[in-house]
Design a protein. Structure first.
Length: 117
């Protein structure tokens, strides 16, 4: 049970970091020269630990002319894509506490059966 609990806690932390990166991108949609943070897939590190790798996207964003006529580089963040990934990450984030609760309930039920036997 201890390893299942640690795995779920590790998943909660990783998906929390993923949501942080997505929120950072969403907050900077209209920030010129902002480099989008790309939330890479979750990776297993060490025994039963989960981590998320967040990198900045380096290709330039779209260019436009501002009111003064200066050429500016815009943000590369697409709100719709960010929102879809955010919903997915939020659902995965929410699934980890449910796994902890189910595991604890199963262990408690088996322990009660062992005690009664």
């Amino acid at each position: 049970m201890y390893t299942t609990f640690n795995s779920s806690i590790s998943g909660i932390r990783a998906y929390g970091n993923s949501l942080d990166g997505l929120a950072h991108n969403t907050a900077n949609i209209n920030t010129d020269v902002y480099k989008k943070q790309h939330v890479n897939n979750l990776n297993q590190i060490r025994h039963r630990k989960v981590a998320v790798n967040i990198t900045e996207n380096s290709p330039p964003g779209p260019f436009y002319k501002n009111i003064k006529g200066d050429v500016m580089e815009g943000s590369k963040v697409n709100f719709i894509k960010e929102f879809v990934v955010m919903i997915k990450s939020n659902n995965q984030f929410s699934a980890n506490p449910a796994a902890i609760i189910r595991t604890n309930a199963n262990v408690a039920q088996k322990s009660l059966i062992d005690i009664m036997a």
